[in-house]
Design a protein around this ligand. Structure first.
Ligand code: PRP
Ligand code: ADE
Length: 177
C-alpha cells in the first residue's frame, strides 16, 4: 500500500465499545478534520469513478460530508438520503438492520429524474444494510445506480460482498477488521 493510503488510514480513530459493548467504532471524523486527509480522501474517491454521474446519493449523516464534496468536485447534483422523519416533502422509505440496531431511511419521491445515473456514497460500509436500503430507494425513485463508494469498508461484516452480489460496483479506500 502507498504512503498516502497509510496516512489516510492512520487518521481514522478507533473507539472501542461504541455505541454498544463489543463494537469497534471506526471514526471518520478525525480523517475529515485533517485538511490534507480530507482533500486526499475526496480526490481518491473521485478518481475511482469511471463513467458519467448525474447525482451523488449521500447517506445521512457522515455520508453527506463525503458525498457533498464529491458532488461539487464531479459537477454532479446531490440527493440526500435521510433518516426517516426529516424530509419535508412526500417521501418513500425503507427499513434496514444495522450492526447495532434497526433504522429507516427516506428520500423525496421526486428526488431523481427518471434514468438519472446515481452514485451512492457513505463514509462506511459494514453489514451493508444501510447501503442496500439506500440502493432500493434510488431505484424506487427512478434512478439508475452506477456504483457505490465508501471511505471505509469493514469486509468481515459482509456488506461490500452483499452489494456486489446484487450487481452493484463497489469501491472503498480503507479497510478495517
Ligand atoms: C453508520 C455509517 C453507515 C452505516 C453502515 O451510520 O455511517 O451509514 O452505519 O452500517 P451498515 O453497513 O451495517 O448498514 P449510522 O447508522 O451509525 O448513522 P449516522 O451516520 O447517523 O451516525
Ligand atoms: N457503522 C456500522 N458499524 C460501524 C463501525 N464499526 N464503525 C463505525 N460505523 C459503523
Amino acid at each position: 500500500m502507498s504512503q498516502a493510503h497509510d496516512e489516510l488510514r492512520d487518521l481514522v480513530r478507533t473507539i472501542p465499545d461504541f455505541p454498544n459493548p463489543g463494537i469497534q467504532f471506526r471514526d471518520v471524523t478525525t480523517l475529515l478534520l485533517d485538511p490534507a486527509g480530507l482533500r486526499g480522501t475526496i480526490d481518491a474517491l473521485v478518481a475511482s469513478v469511471d463513467g458519467p454521474v448525474d447525482l451523488i446519493a449521500a447517506i445521512d449523516a457522515r455520508g453527506f460530508a463525503v458525498g457533498g464534496a464529491m458532488a461539487t468536485a464531479m459537477g454532479a447534483g446531490l440527493m440526500l438520503i435521510r433518516k426517516d422523519g426529516k424530509l419535508p416533502g412526500a417521501t418513500i422509505a425503507e427499513d434496514y438492520a444495522l450492526e447495532y440496531g434497526t433504522d429507516r431511511l427516506a428520500v423525496h419521491v421526486d428526488a431523481c429524474a427518471p434514468g438519472a445515473r446515481v452514485l451512492l456514497v457513505d463514509d462506511l460500509i459494514a453489514t451493508g444494510g444501510t447501503a442496500m436500503a439506500a440502493a432500493r430507494l434510488v431505484e424506487r425513485a427512478g434512478g439508475r445506480l452506477v456504483g457505490a463508494r465508501f471511505v471505509i469498508n469493514l469486509p468481515d461484516l459482509g456488506g461490500s460482498a452483499k452489494l456486489r452480489e446484487a450487481g452493484i460496483e463497489v469501491r472503498s479506500l480503507l479497510e478495517f477488521e
